[in-house]
Design a protein around this ligand. Structure first.
Ligand code: ADP
Length: 454
């Protein structure tokens, strides 16, 4: 069931219950009040009856006549009076056709308790004990509260009609409020439905009030922003990858087609095969680089984590150095022996060796230094060379996949090594920075990794 309908029903139910309760309380109180008021009137009439009947003096006779007149004027509906003596005998009745009109237990209780109220079917009965000298009488009055009961009946009718009407109104109001409250969500759903691969720049509408739904929309927009960046990067990466793979393939095909267009000497065929092989190597190198990038991204969470000292890490790197590399690279370690780095098995060696291999390749055979030092909570691995350096304009893009600086013509490479270094650094909670040496000769690459104590 939609939230809008659920809210409507809950609202209508709660309000209905509240109104029902208030209406019921009002009705019950009014019913009590009507009943009490009628008993009071019966009580007054019982007293007047007693006075009329028991006043014997001549002076009082005038008074009782006046009383009697007003008494007759104010008769209640189906009113019956009876007076019983203490032997339970009727000594006066206003209607002999129904006498005795009162139950003996009621009369006895009146004599015993001094007064009593009783409801018999739709008639109210009132008893008053009246003392004349040593004798005690029960003056009983009963009547039908025609007006009170008809008022209560009307009130009941209004109550039920009101209840029905209020439920309809509550449902309408609840539906209106729920719709108002959920309208922003409806707008969000509508906008989200427009988002797809071709329309990833769409953002959710954020209201003026910065309420919970606006906060949700803002958080969702942040996620969309990240997704858009990632999606665009990926798309560019795929374009670049296909371009990079197509270049050696096209070169290979056109070379072969030209050479096959007419008969050639054995030397030409041999050279063609060598060129083709070189292109095939380059493609393999590219494919391997791409595979490695994809693998590391996909399996980052599955690598074992080990805490290694800097010496242990560098020893693992050394295993892959060629004899020339080892000759060229000097290592300086200025780190407490207790300091360790959390390493995802085998990955940091790849990153560090990529930086060192680049320093050797672009360093024109000049010495390369790897210096390690602690800076705050991090360990910095500085790889410095005195080679061709990266031109200032190329520096911002140097970590992008397939990017190669303008000064590398004639130097073999795929442009994937630094992208891999960056990816590995980020996976380890670190970063990699590229800076030109202060004297303008060569480069310094700094791999920054968080240190862990022992
Ligand atoms: P590759 O070396 O295969 O071209 P990388 O991703 O390792 O790819 O490097 C990207 C680019 O960064 C290189 O093409 C080069 O222009 C530049 N670069 C990397 N390291 C150095 C360095 N030590 N000195 C000068 N340029 C460098």
């Amino acid at each position: 069931m939609k939230i809008q309908y659920r809210l409507t029903l809950i609202y209508a139910l709660l309000m209905g219950l509240l109104f029902n309760f208030i209406g019921y309380e009002l009705y019950v109180n009014f019913e009590d009040y009507t009943e009490d008021e009628f008993y009071q009137r019966l009580g007054d009439r019982a007293l007047t009856t007693a006075k009329i009947y028991f006043e014997p003096s001549v002076n009082a006779l005038r008074r009782t006549e006046e009383l009697h007149k007003s008494f007759q004027r104010n008769r209640l509906t189906d009113e019956i009076f009876e007076i019983y003596n203490d032997s339970m005998r009727v000594i006066y009745t206003s209607d002999s056709s129904v006498s005795p009109a009162f139950d003996t237990t009621i009369v006895r209780q009146t004599l015993l308790l001094g007064g009593m109220e009783h409801m018999a079917q739709d008639r109210q009965q009132y008893g008053l004990a009246y003392r004349v000298g040593a004798k005690k009488y029960a003056v009983m009055v009963s009547a039908h509260d025609k007006y009170g009961l008809s008022k209560l009946k009307k009130l009941r009718e209004y109550y039920f009609i009101g209840m029905g009407a209020s439920i309809v109104v509550m449902l309408a109001l609840g539906w209106f409020f729920a719709r108002q409250a959920l309208a922003p969500i409806g707008r969000i759903v509508k906008t989200v439905r427009q988002i797809n691969a071709d329309n990833i720049g769409v953002r959710l509408p954020v209201g003026r009030y910065k309420d919970e739904i606006d906060e949700l929309a803002m958080a969702f927009n942040d996620v969309l922003q990240e997704l858009e960046i990632g999606y665009k990067q990926r798309r560019r990466f795929v374009q670049m990858a296909s371009h990079e793979l197509r270049t050696p393939l096209t070169a290979m095909i056109s070379n072969l087609e030209v050479k096959l267009s007419r008969p050639r000497s054995a030397e030409v065929y041999e050279q063609t095969l060598r060129d083709t092989l070189a292109d095939a190597y380059r493609m393999t190198e590219l494919a391997n680089g791409l595979l490695r990038l994809a693998q590391i991204e996909a399996e980052a969470a599955n690598y074992n984590i080990e805490a290694e000292t800097v010496e242990e890490l560098i020893e693992k790197c050394r295993v892959h150095w060629t004899w020339e590399d080892a000759e060229n690279i000097s290592v300086k370690i200025d780190v407490s022996p207790k300091t360790r780095i959390k390493v995802k098995e085998g990955l940091l060696e790849i990153a560090l060796n990529n930086l060192l291999a680049n320093a050797c390749k672009y360093g024109m055979g000049k010495p390369v230094t790897l210096s390690v030092r602690e800076v705050g909570p991090n360990v910095h691995f500085d790889v410095k060379d005195k080679g061709i350096g990266v031109p200032e304009t190329d520096l911002p893009c140097i970590f992008d996949p397939f990017y190669r600086a303008g000064n590398t013509t004639g130097i073999q490479g795929t442009g994937l090594g630094l992208a891999l270094v960056k990816q590995i650094a980020v996976i380890h909670g670190g970063n990699v920075l590229a800076t030109r040496n202060s004297d303008g000769v060569g480069m310094r690459f700094t791999l920054v990794l968080p240190a862990v104590g022992t």
